[in-house]
Design a protein around this ligand. Structure first.
Ligand SMILES: [Zn+2]
Length: 414
């Protein structure tokens, strides 16, 4: 055999790496589309069952009931199911299900079972289906974020065959809505060595994919002054509240505006506040969203510089910046996943737009820490997440969302 020229060797390498291969434009697989369409009513029935188990983050009873449902469903699809207890005192078990097949690609499918709604939300906003001007909608707490994503995974598994993948690892955690402190390390670890991670957070209508999500951090400052009578001897005190105001004034312009680093003061706590006493202690809290690790480091340095010297002599200022979710930004391999998803949608005559940056953070950031390509927003299109009564998904989109998920698995996995 002739030794291949370097270009051909490079092309062969591209073909060998499923996540990097160029997407093929073309016609949809009619059989798969028919199967996805036939599967849609079953997905709607699953949505109802998922919504009817309340799973607000921290609800141990709800998580246990949901884990049982998911374990049963995943085992019925041939998966082996492991329950990994969440860490850091978080309620519930992370469901880790595994399927092995005869294809080439190792893929991870990621979603979360918890919602922002505490027990009782379901009674106020029960599951219902309604015909609206824009089509059929299904309503319920957490139905878009992220029970729709869980449902797409469960039903996409029924559309793929063992030849479509080498391995599928399904990961469903219980604390995404509170920063995934009990599951982030496990998500990163499980993502290691995968050829791609498909994350099933919801999208909106018109449908989109997230190319990047913000990193999140909490900024906390404790200002300690000295108490004194506010009327009789204010000059003997050190006013922590005045110092707090000075710090706010010195740091507000660190916010860089839409699409860039966002920083906003959001909390002020004043223990033992009394009107006629010079305040001795104030705690400030701020919300930081950043787009890259470098931005985060630059912010920390500038913030330290601006708060190093108090405006009022004697005031003590202690700064702590607590990192939350890391920033996620698509790598070239992640962009290839996006291009592939767009091509699949185009074959159906539909469009996926790409959002350059979302101010919200998701578990995609933790998966991406493993250095593998990640695609985000493979769940159902909907609206009203985190709002209560009005959360819904578009049922008319279910066949194409199922098709997208199954076809991504097939193309990346074979
Ligand atoms: Zn979510």
């Amino acid at each position: 055999m002739i030794k291949p020229a370097p270009l051909f060797a490079a092309l062969a390498l591209l073909v060998a790496l499923p996540a990097l291969a160029a997407p093929m434009a073309g016609k949809p697989d009619k059989a798969l589309l028919a199967a996805a369409t036939a599967e849609a009513p079953a997905l709607t029935a699953t949505l109802e069952r998922l919504v009817n188990i309340e799973t607000g983050t921290g609800d141990a009873e709800g998580m246990a009931a949901m884990a049982t449902l998911l374990e049963t469903e995943l085992k019925a699809s041939g998966a082996s199911v492991e329950r990994v207890p969440a860490t850091n005192g978080v309620a519930g078990d992370i469901i880790v299900a595994r399927l092995s097949g005869r294809g080439k690609g190792r893929l991870m499918l990621l979603a979360h079972m918890d919602t922002v709604y505490q027990r009782g939300a379901l009674a106020r906003a029960p599951f219902r289906i309604a015909d609206e001007a824009d089509g059929k909608r299904a309503y319920g707490p957490g139905i878009a974020d992220d029970k729709g994503g869980v449902a797409v995974i469960l039903h996409a598994l029924r559309l793929v065959r063992p030849r479509d993948y080498r391995s599928l690892t399904i990961v469903i955690n219980t604390d995404e809505e509170r920063g995934s402190t009990g599951s982030s390390a496990q998500i990163t670890e499980l993502a290691r060595g995968q050829d791609a991670v498909l994350s099933f957070e919801p999208t909106i209508m018109p449908e989109m994919l997230l190319r990047a999500t913000s990193g999140i951090a909490g900024v906390n400052i404790t200002i300690t002054g000295k108490a004194s009578h506010a009327g009789a001897a204010p000059e003997l005190g050190i006013n922590a509240l005045t110092e707090a105001a000075a710090i706010i004034a010195r740091t507000t312009d660190l916010d860089q505006g839409p699409g860039k680093l966002r920083f906003n003061w959001t909390m002020l706590e004043q223990p033992r506040a009394v009107r006629n006493i010079v305040p001795e202690k104030v705690i400030l809290g701020g919300d930081l969203r950043y787009t890259s690790a470098a931005d985060f480091e630059a912010f920390k340095a500038e913030f330290a510089r601006r708060t190093a010297t108090p405006s009022i002599a004697g005031a003590q200022v202690t700064v702590s910046i607590e990192p939350g979710r890391p920033a996620f930004s698509a790598t070239p391999a992640g962009d290839a996943l996006i291009a592939r998803a767009k091509a699949i949608y185009a074959s159906l005559g539909h469009t996926l737009t790409v959002v350059p940056l979302s101010g919200g953070g998701t578990d995609a950031g933790y998966a991406a820490l493993a250095g593998v390509p990640v695609i985000e927003a493979m769940g159902l299109p909907g609206f009203g997440y985190h709002s209560g009564a009005a959360e819904y998904v578009h049922l008319d989109a279910v066949p194409r969302r199922l098709y997208l998920a199954a076809e991504m698995i097939r193309q990346l996995g074979r």
